[in-house]
Write a protein that binds this ligand. Structure first.
Ligand SMILES: Cc1cc2nc3c(=O)[nH]c(=O)nc-3n(C[C@H](O)[C@H](O)[C@H](O)COP(=O)(O)O)c2cc1C
Length: 192
């Protein structure tokens, strides 16, 4: 009996959660950010498992403009253990992976997204920031993660790599954020 009641409770809870998510998804997704008026916007992201891609696509859907993926010349191994070992070695050696060029010259506002790796931004995002000139551009970083990151150090690293002094406060999104993703993005954009 206790087992059946627990099952019914979980089912009802899931249904209510899905319903709330759906209602929020259907809400009018307008943002109010005068700084974006008449500006050319680009969303750039690196994503290994798809979470950051999902957030990037939501940002692009909300703000418009273009979206581009940071692609590696040589992909990381799929095996998480091998990949983690390689990333750890690359961080220790100060190595940045080779990435394919992305032309950012036509854009004024650039959202740049990445997963958090080892408490910091991913190495492909570091390579992207290092390879490009962000002079006179507004950079808005965003990250997906499971909850642990050196947030202040990340901002310092971005400033160092780009030579920019006034980085916008990054948006951090939980990796399993299936619900309210758009709302969180809009709230962040409205408060830039
Ligand atoms: C090699 C590796 C290291 C990670 N390190 C961290 C970390 O330090 N802190 C954290 O909160 N999440 C960490 N994560 C979790 C990812 O940041 C999270 O799953 C992210 O949403 C993945 O994004 P993606 O699906 O776009 O690749 C790590 C994941 C991987 C694969």
């Amino acid at each position: 009996m206790k087992f059946i009641l627990t099952g019914i409770f979980i089912l009802l809870f899931s249904l209510v959660t899905v319903a709330i998510c759906k209602i929020n998804e259907l809400k009018n997704i307008q943002y109010n950010q005068p700084e974006f008026a008449d500006k050319k916007i680009l969303t750039v992201y690196y994503s290994h498992n798809g979470n950051t891609k999902n957030v990037a696509q939501n940002i692009n859907y909300i703000v418009g403009g273009d979206i581009k993926e940071i692609e590696l010349v040589e992909n990381y191994p799929n095996n998480i253990f091998t990949m983690s070992l390689l990333i750890r070695k690359q961080i220790k050696d100060g190595y940045l992976p080779q990435i394919k060029d992305i032309d950012i010259s036509n854009y004024d506002i650039i959202f740049v997204g990445s997963p958090i790796w080892n408490f910091s931004m991913s190495l492909p995002m570091k390579a992207f920031l290092k390879n490009n000139n962000f002079e006179n551009k507004t950079l808005i970083p965003f990250f997906t993660y499971s909850g642990v990151a050196k947030k202040r150090k990340i901002v310092e690293e971005i400033e160092e790599l780009t030579n920019l002094k006034d980085i916008k406060k990054p948006l951090f999104m939980f990796e399993n954020g299936i619900c309210l993703v758009k709302q969180q993005i809009i709230n962040r954009i409205n408060n830039i």
